[in-house]
Design a protein around this ligand. Structure first.
Ligand code: UDP
Length: 538
């Protein structure tokens, strides 16, 4: 993997001429800066100005052409974190004629993906904000293949997890600092700028307290396609016939410690009659950790970024997240949200230390490790007395940091009790059944026939055929929901039926028009679409 850009692939004079004559061309997807990814030809970057440059010429294209709205607040988010004001992308404009007076451009021959990493030293952020979004942005555009090159513009150094970023393409990713060594004016032949947010599930609390994103669009299937790719790149084979079942305790060794870890490991082993092993980011390589987690029946860990490795658990496994004293598990749910995504097929259990004697606090540490000595006495006392951290915004709330960096002596009976409420026998792995999660199509050939008895009674016989896809599926339970609405009314009568026809007589009036809505439901929860409404006159 070379850091040099191979200029051999490029006919320099042709490239320069194309840039001068055609200028920059940009076409974007997305309606707002928060959902936009742009494709460029001949986008340039001045390493002296640290600005991207758009050259206007005869053939330039700029879509969307926003005018000054391009600065309100930006063209797009360069990281996958929504609307963060340190992560905006924009460019400055110049006439292509200005190139005559500028440094000689250095052309980047590789197709480039240009983006910001959000927090490359934190494993949760690495996976959630960077790796998954990069992987699926690359899936969205076919020329972003393994020969594409990643450019990270946030300005950080490689960071402790750089090896993971390297797995996403065959070319060495380049950092903002390194661009200076390549030239004063870089021109990307073909590039994509920005990241898809379609896989993110959590918002970190910049504008409202942290929590799951409002409209989650990713399911376990896409997460597992990504982890399958990562495991192939890490040379980890999925062991189909796992010989022995075991529990993994993921421990932290610097802070937020489990103080009685040996006792915890012994208790888990005894209770579930399973081998129980402990891993940490300090003592194991990342691929060893993934190899172990990808075959584990249960993962037990303190709340913290290391829990994002739940991504790699096999279906049917259980995640047990431990929370220090005064931290309400319901208020910090990045890992609960991940493990309970539809199709992840994991069980999630939260345990919280509710015993003040079992917590060890560090009021005298620096503020960013949870110290509170810099606060005034009254505030320190309030924090010490409080039994729950109130909801707060990211990222420097001292009461949150104080409680988040406590060490905990885990109360074993209380933890086992909480796990046993969910895991009845041995924590097991279950085999995946695809047909269990497919939705019905519309019911077909719906018909109604009315009959009137006298002046006050009427009947409505309704029938329909099964959805077209049902004949190819094995479905445990097929039901039909029918809504009968009198035309002009905004209420309706709902019915749940097992057969493909029914005669309705309750509340059916003669000489009235009814709207009949029918849909199929698989296994109680898989609701299909309504068929076209039936108009029935009695
Ligand atoms: N970390 C670790 N061991 C420790 C403490 C932290 O490996 O004892 C890792 C952690 O997994 C994360 C990074 O260091 O990737 C930053 O940890 P921090 O406590 O700041 O964040 P959190 O885990 O609360 O998200």
């Amino acid at each position: 993997q070379s850091q040099e850009l191979s200029q051999a692939q490029i006919d320099y004079h042709a490239a320069l001429q194309a840039l001068v004559e055609d200028g920059t061309r940009m076409v974007c997807t997305g309606r707002m800066h928060t959902d936009r990814v742009c494709r460029f030809e001949s986008l340039c970057y001045s390493t002296e100005a640290e600005e991207f440059v758009y050259f206007h010429s005869n053939s330039s294209v700029m879509l969307p052409n926003l005018g000054s709205r391009r600065f309100q607040p930006a063209l797009l988010d360069l990281s996958s974190v929504e609307d963060h004001n340190t992560q905006y992308f924009n460019f400055v404009e110049l006439p292509a004629a200005a190139l005559k007076f500028m440094p000689k451009p250095v052309f980047v021959p590789d197709v480039a993906l240009i983006a910001n990493r959000f927090n490359p030293d934190n494993l949760m952020h690495v996976f959630h904000d960077d790796l998954l979004p990069i992987y699926y942005t690359m899936q969205q555009f076919s020329d972003l293949d393994m020969e594409a090159r990643l450019f990270f513009m946030e300005g950080w150094s490689e960071g402790v997890h750089f090896d993971l970023y390297k797995l996403l393409s065959n070319k060495q990713p380049l950092l903002r600092e390194q661009l200076k060594t390549l030239g004063r004016l870089l021109c990307f032949t073909k590039s994509y700028v920005g990241l898809s947010k379609i896989t993110t599930w959590y918002q970190y609390g910049f504008v409202q307290p942290q929590g799951p994103k409002a409209n989650i669009l990713v399911s376990g299937n896409e997460i597992r396609q990504f982890t399958k790719f990562m495991m192939q790149k890490l040379n980890i084979s999925l062991e189909e016939s796992s010989s022995e079942e075991y529990i993994v305790v993921f421990s932290r060794t610097i802070n937020r410690l489990i103080l009685n870890e040996a006792e915890l490991i012994l208790a888990l082993a005894q209770e579930f009659q399973m081998k129980t092993i402990s891993v940490s980011l300090e003592e194991h390589s990342f691929s060893d950790i993934v190899r172990l987690i990808s075959n584990a029946s249960m993962l037990v860990s303190m709340h913290g970024a290391q829990l994002v490795t739940s991504l790699f658990l096999p279906r049917g496994a259980t995640v047990v997240e431990l929370f220090p004293y005064a931290i309400n598990p319901e208020h910090y749910t990045p890992y609960k949200t991940l493990t309970t995504l539809p199709g992840m097929d994991l069980q999630y259990i939260a345990w919280q230390n509710t015993n003040r004697e079992d917590t060890v606090t560090y009021p005298d540490r620096p503020w960013d490790q949870g110290g509170i000595a810099h606060l005034d006495k009254a505030e320190q006392e309030r924090i010490m007395k409080n039994t729950e951290v109130p909801r707060h915004l990211c990222c420097r709330n001292p009461e949150w940091l104080f409680r988040a960096y406590q060490d905990t002596k885990v109360n074993i009976p209380s933890l086992i009790h909480v796990i046993r409420q969910t895991v009845k026998s041995k924590p097991g792995l279950k085999k995946h059944k695809l047909s269990g999660s497919l939705y019905p199509g519309k019911v077909r050939d719906a018909k109604c026939q009315a009959s009137v008895q006298g002046t006050s009674e009427a009947k409505l016989a309704v029938s329909w055929q099964i959805p077209w896809n049902l004949k190819y599926l094995k479905v445990r339970e097929v039901k039909y929901e029918v809504w009968i609405q009198e035309q002009g009314e905004n209420t309706y009568m709902p019915y749940m039926l097992s057969h493909q026809n029914h005669t309705f007589s309750e509340n059916i009036k003669p000489f009235t028009i009814y709207l009949v809505w029918i849909r199929c439901i698989f296994n109680k929860s898989l609701l299909g679409p309504f068929a076209d409404v039936l108009l029935c006159s009695t």
